[in-house]
Design a protein around this ligand. Structure first.
Ligand SMILES: [Zn+2]
Length: 252
C-alpha cells in the first residue's frame, strides 16, 4: 500500500514501524511546520530534516518515504523568495517527487501570490504538485484554487487533496488527480467508499494526512480492509491504495 499524503516528521519511530507492518510500503511526506516560523532558515531546516532524517528513520522501519517540499499556506514568510530559490534546486533530488503541500488555507492575497509562484516553478520544470484544500470554506477556496491552477499550470501535473463528497463535483470532470483523506473528524471510511461508488476508482488516491493533530496512521490499510470485506474488485482497491499514485508520481 501507499499513503499518498502525510506529515511523517510529526510521528514516532514506532508509528513508522506500525505502518510498515500493516502493509504500507511507500508513503509521501509533505512539508508543513505546525508552529510560527522565524524566517526562511527555519523552513529550510524543516525541508532538510524531512529529506535526510525522516527518510532514514522510515527506511530503518522498512518504509520507503518519498518527499514533497513546498511552502504550505500556513508557513508563509517575509523572506519566502529564498525558499523558492532553494525549492528550484531541491526538486532535482531523486527522493523529491512533488512540490507540496501548497495551496490556499485562508485565501489571502499573499497565499495566492506564493501559491502562483510555486505553480510557475512546477509548470516550468514539468514537476508534480500536491495542493491543499482547507477544512473551513472548502468550497469557496477550491473555486479560487481552480482559477489559479487554470492560469498557472498544466492540470496533468496536479493532485488536489482532501477532496470530499461536498466538493467533488467541482473537480471530477477536470484532469486533476484527487487526494482522498480518511481522517478522524474529517472523513470516515464510509464517505471515502461512497466517493468510489459514485465517482469510480480512477485518478484518486487514498491518504491519512497524519500530522500533529488527531489522526490515524492506519487509515489507508483500514479503508483497504473495509473495501476487501465488502468484496470490491482487487484491481480497483489497488488503484486507490497504490497504483494511481505510483503512476502519477512516476515512482519505480
Ligand atoms: Zn497535509
Amino acid at each position: 500500500m501507499l499513503d499518498s499524503h502525510l506529515h511523517a516528521d510529526s510521528r514516532s519511530f514506532e508509528d513508522y514501524r506500525a505502518m510498515a507492518v500493516s502493509g504500507i510500503s511507500i508513503a509521501i511526506t509533505c512539508a508543513y511546520y505546525p508552529y510560527k516560523l522565524t524566517n526562511s532558515t527555519s523552513l529550510l531546516d524543516h525541508f532538510n530534516r524531512i529529506k535526510d532524517f525522516e527518510t532514514e528513520r522510515a527506511a530503518k522501519n522498512g518504509l520507503d518515504l518519498k518527499v514533497a517540499l513546498g511552502i504550505h499556506p500556513s508557513n508563509i514568510l517575509n523572506d519566502h523568495d529564498i525558499v523558492l530559490e532553494r525549492i528550484k534546486d531541491l526538486i532535482h533530488n531523486k527522493e523529491i517527487i512533488a512540490i507540496g503541500e501548497i495551496g490556499l488555507d485562508k485565501n489571502t492575497l499573499q497565499e495566492c501570490e506564493i501559491f502562483k509562484k510555486q505553480l510557475e516553478i512546477a509548470d516550468t520544470e514539468n514537476f508534480k504538485v500536491i495542493v491543499h484544500t482547507p477544512r473551513k470554506n472548502k468550497f469557496e477556496t477550491l473555486k479560487r484554487i481552480k482559477e489559479i491552477l487554470l492560469e498557472n499550470i498544466n492540470p496533468k501535473l496536479v493532485t488536489i487533496d482532501h477532496i470530499n463528497l461536498n466538493v467533488i463535483d467541482e473537480v471530477i470532470d477536470e484532469k486533476y488527480q484527487l487526494g482522498i483523506t480518511v481522517q478522524p473528524e474529517k472523513m470516515e471510511i464510509d464517505e471515502a467508499i461512497a466517493i468510489f461508488d459514485n465517482y469510480g476508482f480512477d485518478n484518486k488516491m487514498l491518504n491519512s494526512d497524519v500530522s500533529y493533530m488527531r489522526s490515524d496512521i492506519l487509515s489507508v490499510p483500514k479503508t483497504v480492509n473495509e473495501l476487501k470485506i465488502r468484496e470490491y474488485n482487487e484491481k480497483d482497491i489497488a488503484k486507490v491504495s497504490y497504483q494511481n499514485a505510483m503512476n502519477f508520481y512516476g515512482i519505480k
